[in-house]
Design a protein around this ligand. Structure first.
Ligand SMILES: [Zn+2]
Length: 80
């Protein structure tokens, strides 16, 4: 994992959301104030690139990052 640059960046917050289309989980990170009013912001799913509406604090879209969360869906039925 790359280290966070040692600068005076605002606190980043990570929130997990799920794509409404393909069901993939992804992480949305932003620097908005979580105490601010939440608004609906459309983000692009890192998996299928569908526009998915998520609820984020106002201003989160100014510095928004969407990252895929790998390997979170348990696949059953695989024997050894
Ligand atoms: Zn998707």
């Amino acid at each position: 994992m790359p280290a966070v640059p040692p600068t005076t960046t605002p606190t980043r917050r990570n929130e997990q959301h799920r794509c409404a289309k393909c069901g993939s989980r992804f992480e949305v990170s932003h620097t908005a104030d979580p105490l601010d009013a939440y608004v609906t912001i459309e983000v692009s799913c890192p998996c299928c690139h569908a526009q998915t509406a998520v609820s984020l604090p106002r201003g989160a879209d100014k510095d928004l990052r969407v990252e895929n969360l790998p390997g979170t869906e348990p696949e059953t039925g695989v024997g050894d």
